[in-house]
Ligand binder design. Sequence first.
Ligand code: NDP
Length: 275
Amino acid sequence: MTPDRYAVIGNPIAQSKSPLIHQAFAQATCQVISYVPLLAPVGGFAVEVDRFRAAGGQGLNVTAPFKLDAFAYATRLLDRARLAGAVNAMKFEDGEAVADNFDGIGLLTDIQRNLGRPLAGKRVLLLGAGGAVRGAMLPFLQADPAALVVASRDAGKAQALAAEFGAYGAPLGIGYADLAGQAPFDLVANATSASLFGELPPVSPASFAPGCLAYDLAYGKGLTPFLRLAQQAGAGQVADGVGMLVEQAAEAFAWWRGVRPATAALIARLTVPLR
Ligand code: NDP
């Protein structure tokens, strides 16, 4: 039997853990698929995807720098992708390129289910106003937090982002300096790219409520400057984004294959100790 074909497309792509994750899911659920990394040149997303589809490709994960290209390519955008303005998974069926964004729901699942921190009634702070935050806004608002605050180095950008999601709750967009006027938070999530460069986003220890969860969306970096600050500030739990990575993959797999893989063992296998 010819396996159904899937891939992750990005540039660079050799570092992606998606092939390992999806092959593990396929094995665990007895699905016959092939899943490969696909390198596309910057500016060459559509040509590469057309070629993949012509060869029988059925679904793609999309990673940097193509999440906006995928948004433009899609012929049908599901709500999360439309509101995020970015796509991280596509399904090709009936001549359509259907697109979704599972980054936010993957993050939420990791926080609520895996880490045991329901967001309902809690104060939540998201640092950064880039793609990952855009993807998180709708699922987070649907989790009914008491407050959802987005902090950016550019207060106007955070305000505009919050306003876009005003129909789904009352998120607040502010600059980092304005955090001084805010009560501490039960969850502080670092969705900036600062950890990728060993840097600390400009958040103060006062933003961390005693015992809070501090979550760095970056993964595989050990104890980042952000997570170290959180520990010193009294956070009760720190986590990185490896669970988010596996959970968003599980969402895509379930969407494509109609079967939901278990995630805990794979998260444990991919976890780099936080020290
Ligand atoms: P973007 O480039 O879209 O956004 C990153 C944001 O980081 C920018 O909007 C900028 O915010 C902020 N920023 C950059 N450098 C700094 C700095 N030195 N200090 C403070 N803020 C800074 O990236 P993404 O949203 O796609 O990714 C963000 C993070 O999430 C990355 O670490 C990425 O690896 C991770 N990620 C993890 C995933 C997972 O599955 N675990 C999935 C997707 C992303 P501003 O200018 O508004 O302040």
